[in-house]
Design a protein around this ligand. Structure first.
Ligand SMILES: Cc1ncc(COP(=O)(O)O)c(C=O)c1O
Length: 473
């Protein structure tokens, strides 16, 4: 494809995306196809000769779109809002068009410098002190893995320079609530702690970590000869956006000599609202923090910000210095490969830059406030409706709910919950998901798609009430 050909087809692609966003609201939210359907429609072998890209958009319409679940749909209430704002999409497009890779500063100085600046803009926007420095990672899962590796190396005083964890005399332990994201477990396992040394700390009635139980676990491990190493606090748990008590956990981490990592993948965005910052009170006592602008804030996936207070420690753990990457500017410039796991990095800062420039801080704040208000409205409807129960507090934009008619308990209640959920999802009118809270299934309504207004939430509430009548249970 020559630049001229790219210009011609590229305009068609941009038109296609703009049209798609305009009509997304008319499509069934969850894809209606069966496993294997997309593959069955496509050639099983690659084309021998190149073909003009003119047919691409027809194939997108006919073969790919039916297999798309529409995350940008105003009735998308599943998982979490993953707002791929078009302003951010433009930045991502520019990054792809430039096609540069940030192996080190000189490999594209603007890539590194804009990334550091965007991390600093978000630091300011979320009210964090100047003690924090951040960079963009692909996902919170990677950032949390980096955090636990850094914790391991601090506790062991750089065991990686010796025998690694295998050479340590006593096992190291990681602590997170039973509601923490699976990525915390995964990171702990990949960082070598072993399942026997990952503690799931019980939660209180609001699904937030119980600091007394954490203290007990820390003390038990210490007494029994294990070494408390890292505590992970979740600000905005995946199931219900519960808020772990960061301040109390910071105190305990400090008392027991542990690293404190804060997983604010989802709720970190809310900290651009000054009124929400009490939700992570004590954050300055943490060692590391992850938040995902590729969720609610509006940056196209992938864009996860990982902040630390001690950059020197991070670099000491992560740095590599092969001859082929050395440059004359190494002493003066930041090489972001030393701030995480991958060597190569995309120019991801562009999509944050275009997002923040286009919406402005006040525009982003207004959208998030709208979503919080919509969640409160839905919570109030549920609270007022007979036979419906809200099963968790609603500090943010996620409402967890059950329809609980008298006499329906246990597994029968679970079947009812999953049946009315599937009834809605199958209709294509809205898409929600379920989670287990307090041992029973509940439906999660995660509000915050860029295009979701009050009318969409009201329509969902009507659908929910109709679904429990019509789900055939
Ligand atoms: C609290 C929390 N942590 C971590 C993650 C994982 O995020 P990522 O997909 O960026 O790894 C999620 C995703 O849903 C989450 O809700």
């Amino acid at each position: 494809v020559t630049p001229e050909e790219f210009r011609r087809v590229g305009h068609l692609v941009v038109d296609w995306i703009a049209d798609y966003r305009t009509r997304a609201a008319t499509l069934p939210v969850r894809s209606t196809i069966a496993p294997g359907d997309v593959r069955r429609r496509l050639p099983t072998t690659p084309p021998e000769r190149g073909e003009p890209l003119d047919t691409l958009l027809r194939d997108m319409d006919e073969m790919i779109l039916p297999g798309i679940t529409h995350w940008q749909h105003p009735q998308f209430f599943s998982y979490f809002p993953a707002n791929a704002t078009l302003s951010s999409a433009l930045g991502d497009f520019l990054s792809t068009g430039l096609g540069v890779i940030g192996l080190n500063w000189q490999a594209s100085p603007a890539l590194t410098e804009l990334e550091l600046l965007m991390a600093d803009w978000i630091r300011q926007m979320t009210g964090l002190s100047e003690a924090w420095s951040g960079a963009i990672h692909d996902t919170a899962s990677t950032a949390t893995l980096v955090a636990l590796i850094c914790a391991r190396e601090r506790t062991t005083r750089f065991s990686l320079q010796r025998g690694g964890l295998q050479g340590e005399p006593r096992p190291l332990v990681v602590y997170a609530s039973s509601e923490s994201h699976s990525s915390v477990q995964k990171a702990a396992l990949l960082a070598g702690f072993g399942r026997a040394h990952v503690r799931a700390i019980p939660v209180d009635d609001a699904f937030a970590l119980d600091p007394r139980a954490l203290r007990q676990a820390l003390a038990d491990d210490r007494r029994e000869g294990r070494v408390p190493c890292a505590v992970v606090a979740t600000v905005g748990t995946t199931s219900s956006t519960a808020l772990d008590p960061v301040g109390a956990m910071a105190d305990l981490a400090s008392e027991f000599g542990c690293w404190l990592h804060v997983d604010a993948a989802m709720a970190g965005a809310a900290m651009i609202l000054p009124e929400c910052r009490t939700m992570w009170a004590g954050i300055e006592g943490a060692d590391s923090l992850v938040l995902n602008p590729h969720k609610w804030l509006g940056a196209v996936m992938d864009c996860s910000l990982y902040y630390v207070r001690d950059v020197e420690h991070l670099v000491r753990v992560m740095s590599t210095n092969p001859s082929y990457l050395r440059t004359p500017t190494d002493a003066q410039a930041v090489n972001l490969r030393d701030w995480g796991i991958p060597l190569g990095r995309r120019f991801r800062a562009l999509k944050l830059w275009t997002l923040i420039r286009s919406e402005g801080v006040s525009g982003l704040q207004a959208r998030l406030r709208r979503d919080l208000e919509n969640a409160r409205w839905l919570a109030a409807q549920i609270d007022a409706a007979p036979e419906w129960e809200r099963v968790a507090p609603v500090p943010l934009q996620t409402v967890c709910v059950r329809h609980h008619p008298a006499g329906l308990e246990g597994e029968a209640l679970d079947r009812h919950t999953l049946a009315w959920l599937e009834h809605i999802n199958r209709s294509g009118d809205a898409f929600l998901n379920a989670t287990v809270l307090g041992g029973r299934w509940a439906v999660r309504v995660s509000i915050g798609s860029e295009t979701t207004e009050r009318a969409h939430v009201a329509m969902l509430w009507e659908r929910m009430q109709a679904a429990v009548r019509n789900a055939g249970i």
